[in-house]
Ligand binder design. Sequence first.
Ligand code: ZN
Length: 133
Amino acid sequence: MRKIEHIGIAVKSLEASNLLFEKLFGQPPYKEEEVVSEGVKTSFFMNGPNKIELLEATNPESPIAKFLEKKGEGIHHIAFDVNDINEEVVRLKNEGFVILNEVPKKGADNKLVVFLHPKGTNGVLIELCQEIK
Ligand code: ZN
């Protein structure tokens, strides 16, 4: 696992939060993208070397809708950049982590992503992501 790739924040309104984070960072998001399969609309901000992803639910079945219901707005996941996502899945499975999707799926921002169950990681949802080349 290499550096933190981004931190994901669950928000009720992407529109309102885009304005808020634009004020915070002094620049607008560089990208907005809907991931239909996940039921989310996302936006991405770069602040120096740090990337922040905002996530809004697009339907009530979305994992983000469920998160907001349970916990309200806030940090939703931490994503780590990996060289070989399939190798990491095997390694972490052998270490006893519960992988939510063992077959990497296409996430936002041109990435293959896998999530680890937060029950096995002190309540923090961990995303592994590998850039699609
Ligand atoms: Zn993410």
